[in-house]
Unconditional design. Structure first.
Length: 255
């Protein structure tokens, strides 16, 4: 039985089955956000914050426990149907039941909010304010999918978002389990087996097209963006663009 929150606010996280990628491209991310808008309106959920990563997503929501269960069930099922159709696959997309933790104080809320928005930077993808697939832009422009006013009632003691995100704390939140894909020995063996590369120093000398092919292959194996950036001596942002392209996110309107 899930632990209930006296505030009805929860940090929710779901990840891909067997840690697989759940968002391959911007089309899939856009679709997930469209479905998120539909389901949050259907169940009258307050969405305080969100962040989509490669193989998992985080939400900070306000909901009754039963509403949250139905909301997550329908959201994950609808997205899994789309994902399977688009990618020609069958079976479960998400691993088991989503995880949730109750948020019972304003301080804990601010820490969870900060943690969710900082996820891309912590993963070495890019700076928090540069990431396109989180609530950050909604708070910058005071609109969008996120219920900004509801969140600001709790965050209100901060003069701006930058002040809140700049603070440090030692809270530990829901994390997808990590596998040992960044181990250099494992990466070397993979590159030798699949690309006949025996010296990692040669990666920097490959053509851009060859590098991109290898980068995408490593990411599909679960290697982190940060580890890939170190291998090729390029920025994490460059790695991200090589994997997903540079298309900018279009605005998601409320349904």
């Amino acid at each position: 039985m899930r632990e209930q929150s006296p505030s009805d606010i929860y940090h929710v996280m779901a990840r891909g089955n067997w840690k697989q990628i759940t968002f391959n491209d911007d089309v899939e991310r856009e679709k997930f956000l469209q479905l998120l808008a539909i389901e949050k309106e259907k169940y009258e959920i307050e969405l305080h914050c969100y962040c989509l990563m490669d193989n998992h997503f985080h939400l900070l929501i306000k909901a009754q426990p039963d509403e949250m269960s139905f909301f997550m069930r329908d959201l994950q099922a609808a997205y899994a149907r789309f994902y399977n159709w688009k990618n020609g696959r069958v079976g479960h997309l998400f691993q088991g039941v989503y995880k949730s933790e109750p948020i019972d104080t304003d301080g804990y809320y601010r820490s969870a909010f900060r943690y969710i928005l900082r996820n891309p930077e912590a993963a070495g993808v890019c700076k928090t304010e540069e990431y396109q697939w989180s609530s950050y832009e909604d708070f910058e422009f005071l609109g969008g999918l996120t219920d900004v006013n509801c969140a600001m009632e709790i965050i209100g003691s901060y003069s701006n978002l930058a002040d809140l995100l700049a603070e440090n704390d030692d809270h530990h939140f829901l994390e997808p389990e990590r596998k040992n894909c960044d181990d250099l020995e494992n990466i070397s063996a993979f590159l030798k087996r699949n690309f006949s590369i025996t010296d990692l120093k040669n990666l920097e000398n490959l053509s851009g097209k060859q590098q991109t092919k290898i980068i995408k292959s490593l990411k599909n194996q679960g290697v982190s963006v940060l580890a890939i950036s170190e291998l090729f001596s390029i920025s994490a942002r460059t790695v991200y663009n090589r994997i997903y392209g540079k298309n900018k996110r279009t605005k998601i309107e409320k349904v």
